[in-house]
Write a protein that binds this ligand. Structure first.
Ligand code: UD1
Ligand code: CA
Length: 569
Protein backbone atom coordinates (compact mmCIF):
# COMPACT_ATOMS: atom_id res chain seq x y z
CA UNK A 1 0.00 0.00 0.00
CA UNK A 2 2.93 2.35 0.67
CA UNK A 3 3.60 2.70 -3.05
CA UNK A 4 0.10 4.15 -3.47
CA UNK A 5 0.52 6.50 -0.49
CA UNK A 6 -1.14 9.85 -1.19
CA UNK A 7 0.31 13.22 -0.24
CA UNK A 8 -2.58 13.94 2.09
CA UNK A 9 -6.05 12.93 3.23
CA UNK A 10 -8.71 15.53 3.99
CA UNK A 11 -11.55 14.33 6.23
CA UNK A 12 -14.72 16.45 6.13
CA UNK A 13 -16.26 16.76 9.58
CA UNK A 14 -17.59 20.33 9.80
CA UNK A 15 -21.26 19.64 9.11
CA UNK A 16 -23.93 19.97 11.78
CA UNK A 17 -25.54 16.57 11.25
CA UNK A 18 -28.95 18.00 12.14
CA UNK A 19 -30.81 14.81 11.22
CA UNK A 20 -29.15 13.03 14.16
CA UNK A 21 -31.17 15.31 16.50
CA UNK A 22 -28.35 15.09 19.02
CA UNK A 23 -26.27 17.13 21.43
CA UNK A 24 -23.32 15.06 20.25
CA UNK A 25 -21.80 16.04 16.90
CA UNK A 26 -22.69 13.43 14.28
CA UNK A 27 -19.11 12.31 13.63
CA UNK A 28 -18.64 11.52 17.35
CA UNK A 29 -21.47 8.99 17.41
CA UNK A 30 -20.08 5.48 17.64
CA UNK A 31 -20.45 2.08 16.03
CA UNK A 32 -18.26 -0.94 16.70
CA UNK A 33 -16.69 0.89 19.65
CA UNK A 34 -15.27 3.67 17.51
CA UNK A 35 -16.62 7.09 16.52
CA UNK A 36 -17.60 7.71 12.90
CA UNK A 37 -14.67 10.11 12.72
CA UNK A 38 -12.42 7.46 14.28
CA UNK A 39 -13.37 5.04 11.51
CA UNK A 40 -12.51 7.68 8.90
CA UNK A 41 -9.18 8.47 10.57
CA UNK A 42 -8.26 4.77 10.76
CA UNK A 43 -9.05 4.30 7.07
CA UNK A 44 -6.96 7.39 6.27
CA UNK A 45 -4.03 6.20 8.41
CA UNK A 46 -4.09 2.88 6.57
CA UNK A 47 -3.01 4.75 3.43
CA UNK A 48 0.11 6.00 5.18
CA UNK A 49 -0.29 9.56 3.84
CA UNK A 50 2.20 12.30 4.63
CA UNK A 51 -0.49 14.38 6.30
CA UNK A 52 -4.11 14.09 7.47
CA UNK A 53 -6.32 17.15 7.92
CA UNK A 54 -9.73 17.09 9.63
CA UNK A 55 -12.04 19.97 8.69
CA UNK A 56 -14.12 21.14 11.67
CA UNK A 57 -16.70 23.80 12.45
CA UNK A 58 -19.84 22.50 14.20
CA UNK A 59 -18.85 21.66 17.84
CA UNK A 60 -15.32 22.35 16.69
CA UNK A 61 -13.53 21.88 20.01
CA UNK A 62 -15.08 18.49 20.76
CA UNK A 63 -14.42 17.19 17.25
CA UNK A 64 -10.87 18.59 17.10
CA UNK A 65 -9.96 17.21 20.53
CA UNK A 66 -11.30 13.79 19.60
CA UNK A 67 -9.26 13.74 16.37
CA UNK A 68 -6.07 14.77 18.20
CA UNK A 69 -6.63 12.08 20.83
CA UNK A 70 -6.73 9.46 18.10
CA UNK A 71 -3.69 10.85 16.31
CA UNK A 72 -1.77 13.85 17.66
CA UNK A 73 -0.20 14.50 14.25
CA UNK A 74 -3.57 15.28 12.68
CA UNK A 75 -3.94 18.83 11.38
CA UNK A 76 -7.13 20.62 12.37
CA UNK A 77 -8.56 22.86 9.64
CA UNK A 78 -11.25 25.33 10.67
CA UNK A 79 -13.96 25.96 8.10
CA UNK A 80 -15.26 29.53 8.11
CA UNK A 81 -18.93 30.44 7.74
CA UNK A 82 -18.92 29.83 3.99
CA UNK A 83 -20.98 26.66 3.58
CA UNK A 84 -20.44 23.59 1.47
CA UNK A 85 -18.15 20.65 0.92
CA UNK A 86 -16.13 22.67 -1.63
CA UNK A 87 -15.36 25.32 0.93
CA UNK A 88 -14.56 22.64 3.51
CA UNK A 89 -11.96 21.08 1.20
CA UNK A 90 -10.53 24.52 0.41
CA UNK A 91 -10.02 25.13 4.14
CA UNK A 92 -8.45 21.69 4.53
CA UNK A 93 -6.11 22.21 1.60
CA UNK A 94 -4.90 25.61 2.80
CA UNK A 95 -4.13 24.13 6.23
CA UNK A 96 -2.16 21.34 4.55
CA UNK A 97 -0.34 23.88 2.34
CA UNK A 98 0.57 25.93 5.42
CA UNK A 99 2.02 22.82 7.11
CA UNK A 100 4.05 21.94 4.03
CA UNK A 101 5.39 25.51 3.88
CA UNK A 102 6.22 25.58 7.58
CA UNK A 103 8.22 22.38 7.18
CA UNK A 104 10.06 23.70 4.12
CA UNK A 105 10.91 26.88 6.00
CA UNK A 106 12.13 24.87 8.99
CA UNK A 107 14.29 22.64 6.83
CA UNK A 108 15.80 25.51 4.79
CA UNK A 109 16.33 27.80 7.74
CA UNK A 110 14.91 30.65 5.65
CA UNK A 111 12.68 33.28 7.30
CA UNK A 112 8.93 32.60 7.08
CA UNK A 113 8.34 35.51 4.72
CA UNK A 114 11.03 34.42 2.25
CA UNK A 115 9.15 34.93 -1.02
CA UNK A 116 10.33 31.92 -2.96
CA UNK A 117 9.49 29.35 -0.31
CA UNK A 118 6.15 30.80 0.69
CA UNK A 119 4.80 31.12 -2.81
CA UNK A 120 6.00 27.86 -4.32
CA UNK A 121 5.85 25.28 -1.59
CA UNK A 122 2.50 23.51 -1.45
CA UNK A 123 0.99 20.07 -1.31
CA UNK A 124 1.44 18.28 -4.61
CA UNK A 125 0.36 14.88 -5.89
CA UNK A 126 -2.77 12.91 -5.03
CA UNK A 127 -5.02 14.23 -2.26
CA UNK A 128 -7.72 11.90 -0.92
CA UNK A 129 -10.97 13.46 0.31
CA UNK A 130 -13.38 11.45 2.45
CA UNK A 131 -16.44 12.33 4.48
CA UNK A 132 -16.23 11.85 8.25
CA UNK A 133 -19.55 10.03 8.33
CA UNK A 134 -18.83 6.96 6.15
CA UNK A 135 -17.78 4.42 8.79
CA UNK A 136 -17.42 1.19 6.80
CA UNK A 137 -15.00 2.69 4.31
CA UNK A 138 -11.73 0.83 4.77
CA UNK A 139 -8.10 1.45 3.94
CA UNK A 140 -8.06 -1.34 1.34
CA UNK A 141 -10.84 0.31 -0.69
CA UNK A 142 -9.09 3.68 -0.42
CA UNK A 143 -5.80 2.07 -1.45
CA UNK A 144 -7.39 0.64 -4.61
CA UNK A 145 -8.82 4.07 -5.41
CA UNK A 146 -5.40 5.75 -5.07
CA UNK A 147 -3.73 2.98 -7.09
CA UNK A 148 -6.29 3.40 -9.91
CA UNK A 149 -5.82 7.19 -9.79
CA UNK A 150 -2.08 6.82 -10.26
CA UNK A 151 -2.22 4.00 -12.79
CA UNK A 152 -4.69 5.85 -15.04
CA UNK A 153 -3.05 9.26 -14.58
CA UNK A 154 -6.39 10.77 -13.52
CA UNK A 155 -7.04 14.32 -12.43
CA UNK A 156 -10.01 13.13 -10.35
CA UNK A 157 -10.98 9.60 -9.33
CA UNK A 158 -14.37 9.13 -7.68
CA UNK A 159 -15.56 6.15 -5.67
CA UNK A 160 -19.09 5.40 -6.84
CA UNK A 161 -21.61 2.65 -6.41
CA UNK A 162 -24.99 1.69 -7.81
CA UNK A 163 -27.84 1.67 -5.34
CA UNK A 164 -31.49 0.64 -5.65
CA UNK A 165 -32.67 3.95 -4.18
CA UNK A 166 -30.35 6.87 -5.02
CA UNK A 167 -32.53 9.48 -3.27
CA UNK A 168 -30.47 12.19 -1.59
CA UNK A 169 -27.18 11.34 -3.25
CA UNK A 170 -25.24 13.19 -5.92
CA UNK A 171 -25.70 11.42 -9.30
CA UNK A 172 -22.79 10.44 -11.54
CA UNK A 173 -23.37 11.93 -14.99
CA UNK A 174 -21.23 10.22 -17.62
CA UNK A 175 -20.12 11.51 -21.03
CA UNK A 176 -22.13 9.29 -23.41
CA UNK A 177 -19.29 9.28 -25.95
CA UNK A 178 -16.36 8.31 -23.72
CA UNK A 179 -18.03 6.90 -20.61
CA UNK A 180 -15.85 9.14 -18.44
CA UNK A 181 -17.48 11.19 -15.70
CA UNK A 182 -18.72 14.57 -16.93
CA UNK A 183 -20.31 15.90 -13.74
CA UNK A 184 -21.84 15.12 -10.37
CA UNK A 185 -25.31 16.58 -9.97
CA UNK A 186 -26.84 16.95 -6.54
CA UNK A 187 -30.35 15.57 -5.97
CA UNK A 188 -31.77 19.05 -5.42
CA UNK A 189 -30.25 20.38 -8.65
CA UNK A 190 -30.92 17.33 -10.82
CA UNK A 191 -33.34 17.10 -13.75
CA UNK A 192 -35.99 14.36 -13.69
CA UNK A 193 -33.85 12.40 -16.12
CA UNK A 194 -30.71 12.75 -13.97
CA UNK A 195 -32.64 11.59 -10.90
CA UNK A 196 -33.13 8.21 -12.57
CA UNK A 197 -29.36 7.60 -12.50
CA UNK A 198 -28.60 4.96 -9.91
CA UNK A 199 -24.83 5.43 -9.85
CA UNK A 200 -24.12 7.74 -6.92
CA UNK A 201 -21.24 9.77 -5.52
CA UNK A 202 -19.91 8.29 -2.29
CA UNK A 203 -18.11 11.51 -1.30
CA UNK A 204 -14.79 9.64 -1.49
CA UNK A 205 -12.33 10.98 -4.05
CA UNK A 206 -8.73 11.31 -5.12
CA UNK A 207 -7.79 14.68 -6.64
CA UNK A 208 -4.63 15.99 -8.13
CA UNK A 209 -3.69 18.71 -5.62
CA UNK A 210 -2.93 21.38 -8.15
CA UNK A 211 -6.19 20.91 -10.06
CA UNK A 212 -8.17 20.83 -6.81
CA UNK A 213 -6.64 24.07 -5.50
CA UNK A 214 -7.26 25.85 -8.76
CA UNK A 215 -10.74 24.51 -9.55
CA UNK A 216 -12.06 25.34 -6.05
CA UNK A 217 -11.45 29.03 -6.77
CA UNK A 218 -13.90 28.73 -9.67
CA UNK A 219 -16.74 27.04 -7.74
CA UNK A 220 -19.77 29.26 -7.10
CA UNK A 221 -22.77 28.84 -4.78
CA UNK A 222 -25.26 29.22 -7.62
CA UNK A 223 -27.24 26.09 -6.89
CA UNK A 224 -30.36 24.97 -5.07
CA UNK A 225 -28.62 24.91 -1.66
CA UNK A 226 -26.55 28.08 -2.07
CA UNK A 227 -23.43 26.14 -1.09
CA UNK A 228 -19.94 25.73 -2.54
CA UNK A 229 -20.09 22.15 -3.83
CA UNK A 230 -16.93 20.08 -3.99
CA UNK A 231 -18.71 18.05 -6.65
CA UNK A 232 -18.49 21.01 -9.07
CA UNK A 233 -14.73 20.38 -9.37
CA UNK A 234 -15.62 17.33 -11.45
CA UNK A 235 -17.35 19.32 -14.22
CA UNK A 236 -14.53 21.87 -14.18
CA UNK A 237 -11.89 19.15 -14.68
CA UNK A 238 -13.96 17.46 -17.37
CA UNK A 239 -14.43 20.80 -19.15
CA UNK A 240 -10.67 21.17 -19.30
CA UNK A 241 -10.39 17.77 -20.97
CA UNK A 242 -8.68 16.23 -17.92
CA UNK A 243 -9.28 12.53 -17.18
CA UNK A 244 -12.02 12.08 -14.56
CA UNK A 245 -12.89 8.48 -13.80
CA UNK A 246 -15.11 6.55 -11.43
CA UNK A 247 -14.15 3.40 -9.58
CA UNK A 248 -17.31 1.49 -8.85
CA UNK A 249 -17.56 -0.39 -5.57
CA UNK A 250 -19.71 -3.53 -5.75
CA UNK A 251 -20.28 -3.24 -2.00
CA UNK A 252 -22.61 -0.25 -1.48
CA UNK A 253 -22.46 -0.56 2.32
CA UNK A 254 -18.78 0.45 2.28
CA UNK A 255 -19.65 3.87 0.89
CA UNK A 256 -22.85 4.46 2.83
CA UNK A 257 -22.98 7.57 4.97
CA UNK A 258 -24.73 8.06 8.30
CA UNK A 259 -27.25 10.87 8.32
CA UNK A 260 -29.67 9.74 11.03
CA UNK A 261 -29.88 7.30 13.93
CA UNK A 262 -31.60 4.63 11.89
CA UNK A 263 -28.66 4.52 9.48
CA UNK A 264 -26.33 4.52 12.49
CA UNK A 265 -28.02 1.36 13.80
CA UNK A 266 -28.14 -0.34 10.39
CA UNK A 267 -24.45 0.32 9.69
CA UNK A 268 -23.54 -0.63 13.28
CA UNK A 269 -25.21 -4.02 12.84
CA UNK A 270 -23.59 -4.53 9.44
CA UNK A 271 -20.14 -3.66 10.81
CA UNK A 272 -20.67 -6.12 13.67
CA UNK A 273 -21.81 -8.83 11.26
CA UNK A 274 -18.60 -8.36 9.27
CA UNK A 275 -16.39 -8.37 12.38
CA UNK A 276 -17.97 -11.64 13.60
CA UNK A 277 -17.71 -13.27 10.16
CA UNK A 278 -14.01 -12.39 10.14
CA UNK A 279 -13.43 -13.93 13.60
CA UNK A 280 -15.35 -17.06 12.65
CA UNK A 281 -13.06 -17.49 9.64
CA UNK A 282 -10.15 -17.26 12.07
CA UNK A 283 -11.37 -20.05 14.35
CA UNK A 284 -13.73 -18.39 16.82
CA UNK A 285 -17.11 -20.01 17.59
CA UNK A 286 -19.93 -17.49 17.69
CA UNK A 287 -23.03 -19.37 18.75
CA UNK A 288 -25.50 -16.56 18.05
CA UNK A 289 -24.18 -13.72 15.84
CA UNK A 290 -27.47 -11.86 16.22
CA UNK A 291 -26.92 -11.25 19.95
CA UNK A 292 -23.11 -11.08 19.98
CA UNK A 293 -21.37 -7.71 19.64
CA UNK A 294 -17.62 -7.35 19.25
CA UNK A 295 -15.89 -3.99 18.83
CA UNK A 296 -13.35 -3.37 16.08
CA UNK A 297 -10.33 -3.32 18.40
CA UNK A 298 -11.11 -6.54 20.30
CA UNK A 299 -8.64 -9.42 19.82
CA UNK A 300 -9.82 -13.03 19.94
CA UNK A 301 -7.62 -16.13 19.82
CA UNK A 302 -8.33 -19.46 18.18
CA UNK A 303 -11.03 -21.68 19.68
CA UNK A 304 -12.57 -18.91 21.72
CA UNK A 305 -16.30 -19.58 22.18
CA UNK A 306 -18.72 -16.67 22.44
CA UNK A 307 -22.10 -17.80 23.80
CA UNK A 308 -25.30 -15.82 23.15
CA UNK A 309 -25.62 -12.33 24.60
CA UNK A 310 -21.92 -11.49 24.72
CA UNK A 311 -20.64 -7.95 24.21
CA UNK A 312 -16.89 -7.40 24.03
CA UNK A 313 -15.90 -3.76 23.96
CA UNK A 314 -12.83 -1.56 23.77
CA UNK A 315 -9.44 -3.22 23.74
CA UNK A 316 -10.63 -6.50 25.26
CA UNK A 317 -8.56 -9.59 24.45
CA UNK A 318 -9.53 -13.24 24.83
CA UNK A 319 -6.97 -16.07 24.98
CA UNK A 320 -7.02 -19.45 23.26
CA UNK A 321 -9.84 -21.75 24.25
CA UNK A 322 -11.62 -19.34 26.59
CA UNK A 323 -15.42 -19.39 26.80
CA UNK A 324 -17.34 -16.16 27.32
CA UNK A 325 -21.04 -15.92 28.15
CA UNK A 326 -23.86 -16.33 27.98
CA UNK A 327 -24.93 -12.76 28.74
CA UNK A 328 -21.60 -11.12 29.50
CA UNK A 329 -20.46 -7.55 28.84
CA UNK A 330 -16.74 -6.82 29.09
CA UNK A 331 -14.97 -3.56 28.29
CA UNK A 332 -11.17 -3.41 28.15
CA UNK A 333 -10.87 -6.79 29.86
CA UNK A 334 -7.96 -9.18 29.26
CA UNK A 335 -9.04 -12.82 29.46
CA UNK A 336 -6.42 -15.57 29.63
CA UNK A 337 -6.40 -18.89 27.78
CA UNK A 338 -9.05 -21.45 28.78
CA UNK A 339 -10.73 -19.05 31.19
CA UNK A 340 -14.53 -19.18 31.64
CA UNK A 341 -16.58 -16.04 32.16
CA UNK A 342 -20.32 -16.56 32.72
CA UNK A 343 -23.01 -13.85 33.08
CA UNK A 344 -20.53 -11.18 34.09
CA UNK A 345 -20.21 -7.41 33.73
CA UNK A 346 -16.67 -6.07 33.80
CA UNK A 347 -14.27 -3.35 32.77
CA UNK A 348 -10.51 -2.75 32.98
CA UNK A 349 -9.90 -6.17 34.51
CA UNK A 350 -7.47 -9.04 33.94
CA UNK A 351 -8.61 -12.66 34.17
CA UNK A 352 -5.84 -15.27 34.35
CA UNK A 353 -5.45 -18.47 32.38
CA UNK A 354 -7.88 -21.19 33.39
CA UNK A 355 -9.68 -18.90 35.83
CA UNK A 356 -13.44 -18.93 36.26
CA UNK A 357 -15.74 -15.95 36.75
CA UNK A 358 -19.47 -15.80 37.49
CA UNK A 359 -22.27 -16.45 37.10
CA UNK A 360 -23.34 -12.95 38.21
CA UNK A 361 -19.98 -11.33 38.89
CA UNK A 362 -19.13 -7.63 38.64
CA UNK A 363 -15.51 -6.83 37.79
CA UNK A 364 -14.70 -3.18 38.29
CA UNK A 365 -11.48 -1.44 37.21
CA UNK A 366 -8.30 -2.85 38.74
CA UNK A 367 -9.57 -6.40 39.15
CA UNK A 368 -6.81 -8.95 38.57
CA UNK A 369 -7.63 -12.63 38.92
CA UNK A 370 -4.66 -15.02 38.89
CA UNK A 371 -4.30 -18.27 37.00
CA UNK A 372 -6.97 -20.85 37.88
CA UNK A 373 -8.45 -18.41 40.37
CA UNK A 374 -12.17 -18.05 40.92
CA UNK A 375 -14.51 -15.10 41.27
CA UNK A 376 -17.86 -16.74 41.86
CA UNK A 377 -21.50 -15.83 42.18
CA UNK A 378 -22.66 -12.39 43.32
CA UNK A 379 -19.08 -11.26 43.82
CA UNK A 380 -17.96 -7.68 43.13
CA UNK A 381 -14.28 -6.83 42.86
CA UNK A 382 -12.74 -3.37 42.53
CA UNK A 383 -9.01 -2.68 42.52
CA UNK A 384 -8.47 -6.15 43.90
CA UNK A 385 -5.68 -8.56 43.10
CA UNK A 386 -6.68 -12.17 43.64
CA UNK A 387 -3.74 -14.55 43.45
CA UNK A 388 -3.16 -17.76 41.54
CA UNK A 389 -5.56 -20.52 42.53
CA UNK A 390 -7.34 -18.27 45.04
CA UNK A 391 -11.12 -18.45 45.31
CA UNK A 392 -13.73 -15.87 46.21
CA UNK A 393 -16.70 -18.07 45.50
CA UNK A 394 -19.85 -16.51 46.95
CA UNK A 395 -21.61 -13.22 47.77
CA UNK A 396 -18.59 -11.04 48.49
CA UNK A 397 -17.13 -7.57 47.89
CA UNK A 398 -13.38 -7.31 47.41
CA UNK A 399 -12.43 -3.63 47.25
CA UNK A 400 -8.86 -2.30 47.40
CA UNK A 401 -7.34 -5.60 48.47
CA UNK A 402 -4.48 -7.90 47.58
CA UNK A 403 -5.06 -11.60 48.21
CA UNK A 404 -2.21 -14.09 47.82
CA UNK A 405 -2.10 -17.53 46.22
CA UNK A 406 -4.21 -20.57 47.06
CA UNK A 407 -6.31 -18.69 49.58
CA UNK A 408 -10.02 -19.23 50.11
CA UNK A 409 -12.27 -16.34 51.05
CA UNK A 410 -15.43 -17.43 52.85
CA UNK A 411 -18.92 -16.74 51.58
CA UNK A 412 -20.40 -13.34 52.30
CA UNK A 413 -17.13 -11.53 52.94
CA UNK A 414 -16.84 -7.76 52.72
CA UNK A 415 -13.58 -5.85 52.43
CA UNK A 416 -14.59 -2.55 54.02
CA UNK A 417 -12.34 -0.15 52.14
CA UNK A 418 -14.01 3.19 52.83
CA UNK A 419 -14.06 5.04 56.15
CA UNK A 420 -16.35 7.77 54.85
CA UNK A 421 -13.45 9.97 53.79
CA UNK A 422 -10.62 7.80 52.47
CA UNK A 423 -10.20 4.42 50.84
CA UNK A 424 -7.80 1.95 52.46
CA UNK A 425 -6.10 -1.22 51.30
CA UNK A 426 -6.16 -4.70 52.83
CA UNK A 427 -3.89 -7.70 52.35
CA UNK A 428 -4.51 -11.40 52.76
CA UNK A 429 -1.53 -13.76 52.45
CA UNK A 430 -1.03 -17.07 50.66
CA UNK A 431 -2.84 -20.23 51.69
CA UNK A 432 -5.21 -18.45 54.07
CA UNK A 433 -8.72 -19.68 54.92
CA UNK A 434 -11.09 -16.96 55.95
CA UNK A 435 -14.46 -17.82 57.42
CA UNK A 436 -17.90 -17.04 56.11
CA UNK A 437 -19.43 -13.62 56.69
CA UNK A 438 -16.14 -11.92 57.56
CA UNK A 439 -15.62 -8.18 57.50
CA UNK A 440 -12.10 -6.90 56.83
CA UNK A 441 -11.90 -3.30 57.97
CA UNK A 442 -9.10 -1.71 55.97
CA UNK A 443 -6.28 -1.10 56.37
CA UNK A 444 -5.76 -4.59 57.72
CA UNK A 445 -3.70 -7.65 56.92
CA UNK A 446 -4.12 -11.40 57.29
CA UNK A 447 -0.89 -13.39 57.27
CA UNK A 448 0.09 -16.44 55.23
CA UNK A 449 -1.73 -19.59 56.20
CA UNK A 450 -3.92 -17.76 58.72
CA UNK A 451 -7.52 -18.72 59.46
CA UNK A 452 -10.40 -16.53 60.54
CA UNK A 453 -13.54 -17.84 62.17
CA UNK A 454 -16.99 -17.39 60.69
CA UNK A 455 -18.49 -13.98 61.41
CA UNK A 456 -15.15 -12.40 62.28
CA UNK A 457 -14.77 -8.63 62.08
CA UNK A 458 -11.08 -8.25 61.33
CA UNK A 459 -9.88 -4.84 62.51
CA UNK A 460 -6.28 -5.67 63.46
CA UNK A 461 -3.54 -7.66 61.75
CA UNK A 462 -3.81 -11.43 61.91
CA UNK A 463 -0.33 -13.00 62.15
CA UNK A 464 0.69 -15.83 59.83
CA UNK A 465 -0.75 -19.13 60.95
CA UNK A 466 -3.05 -17.57 63.58
CA UNK A 467 -6.79 -18.00 63.96
CA UNK A 468 -8.71 -14.74 64.35
CA UNK A 469 -12.02 -14.83 66.18
CA UNK A 470 -13.96 -11.69 67.04
CA UNK A 471 -17.48 -12.92 67.66
CA UNK A 472 -18.55 -13.35 71.30
CA UNK A 473 -19.77 -16.67 72.59
CA UNK A 474 -23.31 -17.58 71.75
CA UNK A 475 -25.77 -17.33 74.67
CA UNK A 476 -29.23 -18.86 74.65
CA UNK A 477 -31.84 -17.32 76.96
CA UNK A 478 -34.41 -20.02 77.56
CA UNK A 479 -38.08 -19.21 77.21
CA UNK A 480 -37.41 -15.66 76.00
CA UNK A 481 -39.90 -15.80 73.11
CA UNK A 482 -42.81 -16.99 75.22
CA UNK A 483 -42.09 -14.38 77.91
CA UNK A 484 -41.22 -11.38 75.76
CA UNK A 485 -43.33 -11.99 72.65
CA UNK A 486 -46.52 -13.44 74.10
CA UNK A 487 -49.42 -13.83 71.71
CA UNK A 488 -47.27 -14.09 68.64
CA UNK A 489 -47.33 -17.07 66.32
CA UNK A 490 -43.69 -17.74 67.28
CA UNK A 491 -44.63 -17.81 70.98
CA UNK A 492 -47.49 -20.27 70.31
CA UNK A 493 -45.22 -22.59 68.38
CA UNK A 494 -42.50 -22.25 71.02
CA UNK A 495 -44.99 -23.27 73.70
CA UNK A 496 -46.10 -26.30 71.66
CA UNK A 497 -42.46 -27.28 71.20
CA UNK A 498 -41.78 -26.92 74.94
CA UNK A 499 -44.84 -28.96 75.89
CA UNK A 500 -44.04 -31.75 73.44
CA UNK A 501 -40.46 -31.86 74.73
CA UNK A 502 -41.41 -31.99 78.43
CA UNK A 503 -38.75 -33.96 80.29
CA UNK A 504 -39.54 -37.65 80.89
CA UNK A 505 -38.80 -39.50 84.09
CA UNK A 506 -35.04 -39.81 84.39
CA UNK A 507 -35.26 -43.47 85.31
CA UNK A 508 -36.76 -44.32 81.92
CA UNK A 509 -33.90 -42.63 80.00
CA UNK A 510 -30.65 -44.18 78.96
CA UNK A 511 -27.32 -42.69 80.07
CA UNK A 512 -26.66 -40.72 76.87
CA UNK A 513 -30.18 -39.27 76.83
CA UNK A 514 -29.83 -38.20 80.47
CA UNK A 515 -26.54 -36.42 79.69
CA UNK A 516 -28.09 -34.60 76.75
CA UNK A 517 -31.04 -33.58 78.85
CA UNK A 518 -28.69 -32.25 81.53
CA UNK A 519 -26.77 -30.24 78.92
CA UNK A 520 -30.00 -28.81 77.53
CA UNK A 521 -31.07 -27.90 81.04
CA UNK A 522 -27.98 -25.79 81.59
CA UNK A 523 -28.77 -23.62 78.56
CA UNK A 524 -29.60 -20.53 80.57
CA UNK A 525 -25.83 -20.27 81.03
CA UNK A 526 -23.56 -19.18 78.22
CA UNK A 527 -22.85 -22.08 75.91
CA UNK A 528 -20.34 -22.96 73.34
CA UNK A 529 -21.97 -24.67 70.40
CA UNK A 530 -21.58 -28.43 70.43
CA UNK A 531 -18.37 -28.41 68.44
CA UNK A 532 -16.88 -25.26 69.99
CA UNK A 533 -16.84 -21.89 68.21
CA UNK A 534 -18.40 -21.25 64.86
CA UNK A 535 -16.35 -22.72 62.05
CA UNK A 536 -15.19 -25.54 64.28
CA UNK A 537 -12.43 -23.80 66.26
CA UNK A 538 -12.53 -24.09 70.05
CA UNK A 539 -11.55 -21.02 72.05
CA UNK A 540 -9.89 -22.39 75.16
CA UNK A 541 -9.68 -19.23 77.24
CA UNK A 542 -12.66 -17.14 76.17
CA UNK A 543 -13.83 -14.82 78.95
CA UNK A 544 -17.30 -15.31 80.44
CA UNK A 545 -19.94 -13.47 78.52
CA UNK A 546 -21.36 -10.47 80.37
CA UNK A 547 -24.99 -10.60 81.47
CA UNK A 548 -27.55 -9.72 78.86
CA UNK A 549 -28.14 -6.00 78.67
CA UNK A 550 -24.86 -4.91 80.21
CA UNK A 551 -22.43 -3.06 77.96
CA UNK A 552 -19.94 -5.29 76.22
CA UNK A 553 -16.56 -5.13 77.94
CA UNK A 554 -13.93 -4.23 75.41
CA UNK A 555 -10.25 -3.62 75.65
CA UNK A 556 -9.51 -0.03 74.57
CA UNK A 557 -6.88 -1.51 72.32
CA UNK A 558 -9.68 -3.20 70.39
CA UNK A 559 -11.92 -0.21 70.16
CA UNK A 560 -10.23 2.41 68.03
CA UNK A 561 -13.05 4.89 67.28
CA UNK A 562 -12.05 5.49 63.69
CA UNK A 563 -12.41 1.80 62.98
CA UNK A 564 -15.91 1.53 64.40
CA UNK A 565 -17.77 2.48 61.25
CA UNK A 566 -17.00 1.90 57.69
CA UNK A 567 -18.46 1.00 54.39
CA UNK A 568 -17.56 -0.90 51.30
CA UNK A 569 -17.41 1.15 48.12
C1 UD1 B 1 -22.48 14.86 -0.28
C2 UD1 B 1 -22.17 15.04 -1.77
C3 UD1 B 1 -23.03 14.08 -2.58
C4 UD1 B 1 -22.78 12.66 -2.11
C5 UD1 B 1 -23.03 12.54 -0.63
C6 UD1 B 1 -22.59 11.17 -0.17
C7 UD1 B 1 -21.59 17.40 -2.10
C8 UD1 B 1 -22.05 18.71 -2.56
N1 UD1 B 1 -22.46 16.40 -2.16
O1 UD1 B 1 -23.82 15.25 -0.08
O2 UD1 B 1 -22.71 14.20 -3.99
O3 UD1 B 1 -23.63 11.76 -2.84
O4 UD1 B 1 -22.24 13.51 0.09
O5 UD1 B 1 -22.92 10.98 1.18
O6 UD1 B 1 -20.45 17.26 -1.71
N2 UD1 B 1 -19.23 19.01 5.39
C9 UD1 B 1 -18.33 19.94 5.80
N3 UD1 B 1 -18.57 21.26 5.59
C10 UD1 B 1 -19.71 21.69 4.98
C11 UD1 B 1 -20.64 20.72 4.55
C12 UD1 B 1 -20.39 19.39 4.76
O7 UD1 B 1 -17.29 19.59 6.36
O8 UD1 B 1 -19.87 22.90 4.81
C13 UD1 B 1 -18.95 17.60 5.63
C14 UD1 B 1 -20.00 16.94 6.50
O9 UD1 B 1 -19.65 17.04 7.88
C15 UD1 B 1 -19.97 15.50 6.02
C16 UD1 B 1 -19.56 15.63 4.56
O10 UD1 B 1 -18.98 16.91 4.41
O11 UD1 B 1 -19.00 14.74 6.69
C17 UD1 B 1 -20.74 15.48 3.62
O12 UD1 B 1 -21.67 16.51 3.91
P1 UD1 B 1 -23.22 16.28 3.77
O13 UD1 B 1 -23.91 17.54 4.13
O14 UD1 B 1 -23.64 15.05 4.46
O15 UD1 B 1 -23.33 16.10 2.17
P2 UD1 B 1 -24.50 15.46 1.38
O16 UD1 B 1 -25.57 16.44 1.19
O17 UD1 B 1 -24.84 14.14 1.96
CA1 CA C 1 -24.26 12.92 3.87
Amino acid sequence: MAQAAPAAVIILAAGAGTRMVSRTPKVLHRIGGRSLLGHAIHAAQGLDPQRIAVVVRHERDAVAQHAIEINPDILIADQDNVPGTGRAVQCGLSTLDAAVKARAVALSGAPLDAEGIVSTTQVCGPVVVIAGDVPLLDAATLGELVAAHKADGNAVTILTTEVADPTGYGRIVRDPATGSVAAIVEEKDATDGQRLIREINSSVYVFDAELLRDALTLVTPHNAQGEFYLTDVVAIAHGRGLPVRAVQSDDPVIVEGVNDREQLAVLGAELNRRILADWMRRGVTVVDPATTWVDVDVELAQDVTLLPGVQLHGASTVGVGATIGPDTTLTDVEIGPDATVIRTHGSLAVIGAGATVGPFAYLRPGTELGERGKIGTFVEVKNGKIGEGTKVPHLSYVGDATIGKHTNIGAGTIFVNYDGVNKHHSTVGDGARTGANNIFIAPVSVGDGAYTAGGTVVRYPVPAGALAVSAGRQRNIDGWVERRRPGTEAADIARQARESEAPQESSTLGRQAREEQARAGSASHPVTPADGTPFGYRIPDAPPTPAFGTPQAQSPNHNSPNKESGDAQ
